[in-house]
Design a protein. Structure first.
Length: 222
């Protein structure tokens, strides 16, 4: 997380200890309120006082569910990422090969990175959701996305699309890193706003390194 966003991240009420709360919907209200506050204030200015007021609960109720400001922000980012991954899965699962699945995931990211329903809304001068996820080093969010791709890689291996010995978890992390790059890096050699060119780029380069290596015939002696 940037220094602006992390300021005050560890501030908490003295002696406050998070505990298991009854499923009364309060946590969901707090998370929804935090998203609305982030959309208005941004990460740097978000306070638990603002979130509590937006949710219509006390600061103590917020601390009952979240240990501190950083824990609440992590939960909000994780929730936004989960929402995004779930919708992306609907697109990816309609395709039968790994190369098409990764290509469609790249197109989905390009087409929905500013979607107000799927992504976390931040003020115009703030970082994007993807940049935020990268700079906050939310390991469990990355792990969630890595776990998402593993079944697709296993199925691809069973179809003979992967070379022998591919580490599914490492390959999945590599795919996740490539997918995030489509959201935060400008395209130079192709038009990232054209789905056909995004698909062609992925098919040409992104997954070639995972496929079976072509057999090479030794040179014949004359």
């Amino acid at each position: 997380m940037s220094s602006r966003a992390s300021a005050g991240a560890d501030t908490k009420i003295a002696g406050a200890t998070p505990s298991a709360a009854p499923p009364d919907g309060t946590e969901e209200r707090i998370l929804l309120a935090a998203e609305r506050c982030l959309a208005r204030l941004g990460l740097a200015r978000l306070s638990l006082t603002d979130v509590a007021a937006q949710a219509g609960v006390s600061r103590g109720a917020v601390y009952l569910h979240f240990a501190d400001r950083r824990a609440l922000i992590d939960a909000v980012l994780t929730r936004a990422a989960s929402r995004y991954v779930t919708r992306c899965a609907e697109t990816v699962s309609r395709h039968g090969t790994l190369v098409d699945q990764v290509a469609e995931a790249a197109v989905f990211i390009r087409e929905h990175q500013d979607d107000k329903v799927l992504t976390l809304r931040l003020p115009a001068d703030e970082e994007s959701l993807f940049a935020t996820l990268l700079t906050t080093r939310l390991e469990r969010v990355v792990e969630q996305w890595v776990d998402f791709w593993i079944p697709y890689l296993i199925a691809a291996g069973e179809r003979g699309e992967l070379r022998d010995g591919v580490d599914h978890r490492q390959a999945s992390e590599w795919i996740v890193r490539m997918m995030l790059s489509f959201a935060i890096m400008p395209a130079v050699s192709f038009d990232a706003e054209r789905p056909a060119q995004v698909r062609a780029f992925v098919r040409s380069f992104i997954v070639d390194g995972l496929g079976p290596r072509p057999e090479t015939n030794p040179p014949t002696r004359k």
